[in-house]
Design a protein around this ligand. Sequence first.
Ligand code: KG4
Ligand code: ZN
Length: 354
Amino acid sequence: MDKKLLVLGIETSCDETAVAVVRDGRHICSNVISSQVKIHAQYGGIVPEIASRKHIEVINQVVESAINDAKITLNDIEAIAVTYGPGLVGALLIGISFAKALAYGRELPLIPINHLEAHIYAVYLEHPQINLPAIALLVSGGHTEMVLVKALGVYEPLGRTKDDAVGEAYDKVAKWLGLGYPGGPIIDQLAKSGNKEAIRFPRAVMKRGKYDFSYSGLKTAVINYTRNAEHRLSSTDGLSLAGGLPLTEVPPLNDIVASFQEAAIDALTNKVMNAVKDTSAVSIIIGGGVAANSRLRDQLNEKTAGKGISLYIPSPVLCTDNAAMVAGLGFHKYNTGKMADLSLSVKPNLKWDE
Ligand code: KG4
Ligand code: ZN
């Protein structure tokens, strides 16, 4: 029988300072997220040094808010769970240092959490019973990973991106097109009015690792396509072609982003469905910021319809980086004795088997 526990979770692996209180791995008492997205937007992407500085500035206050929102005091907390990797080294260090100090000062157990495993756990916060095995697809600005979930805590990594993460490709394409940051939601919205078949952008074929992903080629294809079109449009030579099309037929921006999105999402859903088939998985779990993508959701709904496969996508607030998933998973790690001592250090490249 699991011991009951009130866990404080701390998450600082990227650009969100997040702290949550979760009871018994299920009940979210508070879930406070301080996002730095507006700060990094000025630079068109995350600046690691700034991320660390901002975490230091706000972490005290975010912890205080999480305690207040949960209507408890620090004395009620029974364990501290903290993300120790993967992520940005300087950003992770802030969360870890804070968690260690708190655990030491209060004589509380310290529970190290793998950020990606926490993204998988996010679905358990809303669905305690998930049919396994499941294919988990974790897609964000920093990650594009696919794993087979055999049991909570038992994973087989299947594939990952060999270059850019899918969210990163969205952000870079949006930046190139002057659409703003973060690019994902902007492109998702703009693509709704576009023709996704206007341009056939490449879908990466991996020579090795059939479940691996690659997004830098797609990003470059979009950049080259628009560069050619722009060049030819601005040329006075009325006979030139834009991306192989007569000038009058250069697709509008919404068609370009819809076509980019279709290629980006096709690559994800095709590989997920192949993995489901190969492993006889009965569920699909999606996590990370890109899980909010409407085309990803639509394609997965279409592809799983009538096949008896359960599709789990957390609510938006639990898809993006948060500490409820950290505190929730902390409960299970505690009950299986996965605690750390104060020598715990960050693991920016933490692997599934560590
Ligand atoms: O998980 P997250 O909040 O932060 C980390 O990257 O860790 O994910 C942010 C990423 C960004 O790259 C953003 O552009 C992307 O998720 N994103 C989306 C959408 N909403 C956020 N990508 C595609 N479609 C969306 N609707
Ligand atoms: Zn994340």
